[in-house]
Ligand binder design. Structure first.
Ligand code: ADP
Length: 507
């Protein structure tokens, strides 16, 4: 925390205090915001305390955000509660129009949103642009879904009764999001919440708040009424505890680690909140002998190395059948040797920094553990990068179930390859994890495609594709990977409660 500065409240976001900093790299410097947004006012913490936000590529400070805690969170909840009756009463078509305006503003400002993201998160600028388009897609999708919220008229067992079911917004929703997709993890929760008629309090990751604050500023510009979206930055345990303890907050949607998800679930038990939890993964990526090798290499490169391997759906364990193993490894190692590592703003860079030095240490620990247990590094890169902040992409062969790379989510650019002989062995190994988010497999056989897909114990399976996340399809896991589904035709249901109306007809 830095020295207190006075709390500020204003109708419009204040311009950056850091001349020559990130704001100057934006076409619209007003999108670099160092304030929380509560009830339509851009504010500091009540005690003026701030947190520093750093560039993961260099460690240099980018700016600060308010170190909000209990008081600010309670104010945000009160603002969301006050805004709810009018918001839910708006015709769905009006809510949809506002979401579409927000979508359009995101696309108009995509370049600035991407720059903010690369600065605070580190991912290559082209990937950041991709995330803005992907994230905006959820807003457009749920604008459409808002117009389609329907109900049921059920056949009654007797002639003097009618039974109707209508869908109502659940109420004030808490939205807690991680740093790896600082934009899209917010839009895919907030867009369905608003479409359903809910109001929200967002707590973005303390590591990537600027992407979130810019998104909220654009929502304000789009005309989304004050109080409908509130955002508090700062002290995660205090904000989380205030959100989960509040009886006003009827739903919590969280994306992050399984440990924090379990904590929030426990904290939410006292007030019996609705929960959507998108937690850790340990995705298998299986390549059978009959796979299209070119497609499998393209798929694993996309799935494994996007965001430097820092995604919950990234291939964590690569299982390759014996007959294709050596050719696959040779091709994969060549592709990985071709990846450029460096600052995400440098054109051509494919692998940026990891989010923090602690993340680098953890990933380094996974690599060292695998090598000590007999794995071989077949990429042999020697990159001139800061070893505190970057991890060179690496392919490890000879991986086994005893290694940490098999049991834990590595969250880094490490591709461990496990050799297998037959289908049953591969499926059993793939399912041997408490997680169940995404799985990928490549085969030229239609029968095997169905057979294996039905046996894989994961919420999403990719057959001959390395990507399983689009706004049009449900996203989510089973087992310790979480509860609920985001996106797709069912995504809005997470923010709707059914009300059954029994009508007795009198003479
Ligand atoms: P990761 O390991 O990916 O950083 P975390 O689960 O630690 O994931 O963080 C995801 C989100 O959860 C972030 O916004 C973080 O601030 C928040 N968070 C972490 N601890 C808590 C907590 N005790 N209560 C509420 N939110 C928390």
């Amino acid at each position: 925390m830095s020295a207190p500065s006075p709390a500020v409240s204003s109708a419009t976001p204040p311009a950056s205090r850091l001349a020559g900093g990130l704001a100057d790299r934006l076409a619209d410097p007003g999108l670099f915001i160092e304030r929380a947004f509560i009830g339509g006012a851009w504010v500091g913490a009540e005690n003026g305390a701030t947190l520093s936000v750093d560039d993961p590529a260099t460690g240099a400070a980018i700016g600060t955000v308010p170190a909000c805690g209990t008081a600010e969170t309670e104010a945000a909840i009160a603002a969301a509660e006050a805004a709810w009756p009018a918001w839910r009463a708006r015709p769905a078509a009006e809510r949809a129009d506002l979401l579409e305006r927000w979508y359009a503003l995101m696309m108009e400002n995509a370049a600035d949103l991407a720059r903010l993201m690369t600065a605070e998160q580190g991912k290559p600028l082209a990937e950041a642009m991709g995330e803005i388009t992907y994230g905006a897609g959820f807003i457009r999708w749920f604008a459409g879904e808002a117009r389609r919220i329907d109900g049921l008229l059920l056949p009654a067992p007797t002639a003097d009764r009618r039974i109707l079911v209508q869908k109502e917004p659940v109420g004030v929703c808490a939205i807690i999001t991680p740093w790896n997709f600082p934009n899209a993890m917010i839009t895919r929760k907030v867009a369905p919440a608003l479409a359903a008629g809910c109001t929200v309090v967002i707590k973005p990751s303390e590591l990537t708040p600027y992407s979130a604050l810019a998104l909220v500023a654009l929502a304000e510009r789009a005309g989304i009424p004050h109080g409908v979206i509130n955002i508090v930055t700062g002290l995660a345990p205090a904000i989380g505890a205030a959100l989960t303890a509040s009886p006003v907050v009827r739903k919590l949607s969280f994306t992050g680690s399984t440990a924090v998800g379990a904590l929030l679930m426990r904290e939410s038990a006292a007030t019996i909140k609705r929960l959507s939890l998108e937690l850790g993964g340990n995705a298998p990526f299986i390549v059978f002998d009959d796979a299209d090798l070119d497609a499998a290499i393209a798929g694993v490169m996309a799935s494994k190395f996007r965001n430097a391997g820092q995604t919950c759906v990234c291939a964590n364990r690569i299982f390759v059948q014996a007959g294709i193993h050596d050719r696959f490894v040779e091709r994969l190692a060549a592709a990985v040797r071709g990846l450029t590592i460096g600052n995400g703003f440098t054109p051509g860079v494919a692998i940026g920094p990891l989010i923090s030095p602690a993340a680098v240490q953890k990933v380094g620990g996974h690599i060292a553990d695998a090598l000590a247990l007999g794995a071989e590094n077949v990429t042999g890169r020697n990159d001139d990068v800061d070893p505190q902040r970057f991890v060179s992409p690496v392919v490890l062969t000879g991986a086994t179930a005893a290694m940490r790379v098999a049991r834990e989510e590595t969250f880094g650019p490490v591709a461990p390859v496990f050799r297998f002989d037959d289908e049953d062995e591969a499926v059993a190994a793939a399912n041997d994890t408490p997680f169940g988010l995404a799985a990928y497999y490549y085969t030229g056989s239609l029968s095997r495609g169905f057979r294996v897909g039905e046996k894989l114990a994961f919420g999403m399976v990719g057959l001959n594709t390395g990507s399983v996340s689009l706004e049009v399809a449900p996203f989510g896991g089973i087992k310790q990977s979480g509860l609920g589904r985001e996106g797709g035709p069912t995504g809005i249901d997470e923010y709707l409660a059914l009300k059954t109306m029994h009508v007795g007809l009198t003479a």
